[in-house]
Design a protein. Structure first.
Length: 276
């Protein structure tokens, strides 16, 4: 990896490492496939270039996405923005950006790579990476229904092949702040004033936020406790999260011929919710 620029982003390093490892990944999976049953190939969101290997082996290829549905929606928007674009043509994301479910992002709220100009090579790499997500048979996502109610409903209407699997919640901090404050109501956000490309928060804004926290703190705590209970319930024996993972497991077993009797399962892509 010494040939990469010294200041290259760590995400680019990981994606490039995955790309260069493809021959070894292919050889390993072919070796496994030759001696045992292979249910699926599940690379993470930085390694979608491994998905064609699943197609070569004739097994499902899923893309694990360790963030949330809002971030999936953002990557989906990038892909749709470039539908019909000529090779090498890249288009900027217009802001403010309205994502499915009512999540509104200004430029400062979006991840750095998404804010880069179409003339920036980093943005070009990002576009090519997320385009590969379309090769996935499904995308397990770290979320649960109550965490992203509006976005989840929007994905249902789109009949998107995402399986939400998890409650770990770590989108980029700007998006995190928007979702936690505006959609979930479990945080207060101090507005930042931009000056000379620095994010500054005045004493008055800090004082206002502290006063609001004192006055509204109990309400925020109740909302956070409610979400905590919802997450626990989603992973209970009869919860939707556990059922969703069990359904995926049964699908894979049926594909392997291990288990039958699941023919009434819906064939179309749909959204499941699960928490780890």
């Amino acid at each position: 990896m010494d040939d990469l620029p010294a200041n290259v982003h760590e995400g680019r390093v990981l994606a490039e490492l995955a790309r260069r490892s493809l021959p070894n990944i292919r050889a390993l999976l072919r070796s496994v496939y030759s001696t045992t049953l292979l249910a699926a190939v599940v690379p993470d969101f930085l390694c979608p270039m491994a998905l064609p290997i699943a197609a070569e082996l004739g097994v499902p290829g899923y893309l694990f996405f360790p963030s949330n549905l809002a971030m999936v929606a953002l990557t989906r928007h990038i892909v749709e923005l470039h539908d019909g674009a000529a090779p090498g043509e890249y288009r900027d994301v217009a802001v403010p950006l309205e994502l499915p479910g009512g999540v509104s992002l200004c430029g400062a709220d979006m991840p750095d790579a998404f804010r880069a100009s179409f003339t920036n090579p980093r943005y070009a790499k990002l576009v090519e990476l997320v385009r590969s997500y379309r090769l996935a048979d499904g995308i397990p996502v770290n979320t649960f229904y109550e965490m992203e109610l509006g976005t989840a409903e929007a994905f249902k209407r789109l009949a998107a092949p995402e399986q939400a699997a998890g409650e770990v919640f770590f989108p980029p901090q700007g998006m995190n702040a928007v979702i936690l404050e505006e959609k979930l109501g479990v945080a207060l956000r101090v507005p930042a004033a931009r000056e000379d490309d620095r994010c500054l928060v005045t004493r008055h804004e800090i004082a206002t936020a502290v006063k609001e926290l004192v006055e509204e703190g109990q309400k925020l705590r109740r909302r956070a406790e409610s979400l905590q209970k919802a997450a626990a319930g989603a992973w209970s024996p009869e919860g939707p999260s556990r059922r969703a993972l069990e359904e995926v497991a049964v699908k894979l077993k049926v594909a392997l011929g291990i288990e039958s009797g699941f023919s009434d399962m819906k064939k179309e892509s749909h959204l499941n919710y699960s928490a780890n």
